[in-house]
Design a binder for this molecule. Structure first.
Ligand SMILES: Nc1ncnc2c1ncn2[C@@H]1O[C@H](COP(=O)(O)OP(=O)(O)O)[C@@H](O)[C@H]1O
Ligand SMILES: [Mg+2]
Length: 310
């Protein structure tokens, strides 16, 4: 768990008279109150084991939601033929891959157990698709191929026991030209997170290029806060709020989640789909980049802690 999250947990527990013990080098938080014991591990995951496992597997989430008629972006399974011999043979996977690419013309290839946008590739040629599949199969037991969806905006809903506590919208990281500064300077002003995802995104751009006045240059096609995307809290005044809230509640219940974040996209055709569900609730970057973000995330964690001791 991140240092900030640990501090938040300790602070809230003190307020709620919950005793805290850190075990196993800080991996486990043992919380006790009124003769009840609860554990938090990893990224504040307090869900049932099976629900948590389903959520951390993108293909599994797809099947579970689809089986309950909940709109989720389409996933096609590609097993690693070496590690999952029972399910697939080497020659079969390429038929699946070519078939999906030919049908869609533009696909996204991703590990089923991925996070933070790592290893998520946009492929608009068969060569790029083959390359991404091969690369991912080196390190993953299974991956998914999804059609590319033209996203108007992405949202994250915080779900706790049948309720939505917060929704924020995400915007892709971008710079706006002023006719004078090059991309390097414009990017420096953004204070992007310092990590490999951002480095990798920026490596694809010509940093010396000077965008024209008001020219928008996107730094990534993905909406991950770890890649520099920005967040803005939305409320009931947003015309999509209630629809997103409804979809998030249906999805949370369908996966039998206790506490989760549910990512939802609105496409350019104005259709909402679930993108993925995260069983570990992380607010690290959100707390830093949104006004009042720290307080908002503390309130969310507090509600979750009250809930698990009920
Ligand atoms: N099928 C898709 N079409 C368009 N964009 C996608 C698609 N899949 C993923 N993305 C973009 O990539 C980002 C990361 O993908 P996601 O499935 O959420 O993996 P991760 O768990 O690594 O965040 C998403 O937030 C979204 O912006
Ligand atoms: Mg994601």
């Amino acid at each position: 768990m991140k240092k900030e999250t640990i501090e938040v947990i300790k602070r809230i527990c003190k307020e709620l008279n919950i005793e805290v013990h850190e075990l196993s080098y800080g991996w486990i938080f043992k919380l006790s109150k009124d003769n009840k014991i609860r554990y938090i591990t990893g990224n504040f995951d307090i869900n049932r084991t099976s629900s948590s496992k389903i959520a951390s597997d993108k293909y599994a989430t797809y099947e579970v939601l689809k089986s309950q008629n909940i709109p989720i972006i389409k996933h096609t399974m590609v097993f690693n033929p070496e590690k999952r011999k029972r399910y697939v043979k080497e020659n079969e996977i390429w038929n699946i891959v070519y078939n999906e690419f030919n049908k869609e013309g533009k696909v996204v290839v991703k590990p089923n157990f991925g996070f933070e946008g790592k290893g998520v590739f946009l492929c608009d040629t068969i060569e790029k698709t083959e390359k991404a599949v091969k690369l991912l199969l080196d390190n993953n037991t299974s991956i998914s191929i999804c059609p590319y969806y033209d996203i108007e905006r992405e949202y994250r809903a915080f779900y706790l026991n049948g309720e939505v506590l917060l929704i924020y919208e995400k915007n892709k990281p971008s710079v706006i030209g002023n006719g004078k500064d090059n991309i390097r300077t414009l990017v420096e002003n953004l204070k992007l997170p310092k990590n490999d995802i951002v480095k990798n995104n920026l490596s694809k751009l010509d940093m010396e290029y000077i965008p024209k006045i008001n020219e928008k240059v996107e730094l990534s096609w993905k909406y991950n806060l770890h890649g520099g995307a920005t967040a803005k809290v939305i409320g009931k005044e947003n015309k999509l709020y209630e629809e997103i809230e409804k979809l998030a509640i249906k999805s949370g219940k369908a996966l039998d989640m206790t506490f989760a974040t549910i990512d939802i996209i609105n496409t350019k055709n104005n259709e909402l789909y679930v993108l993925e569900i995260n069983s570990g609730v992380a607010t690290g970057i959100f707390s830093k980049i949104v006004e009042n973000g720290k307080k908002i995330s503390e309130d969310i964690y507090k509600k979750a802690l009250v809930e698990i001791f009920k």
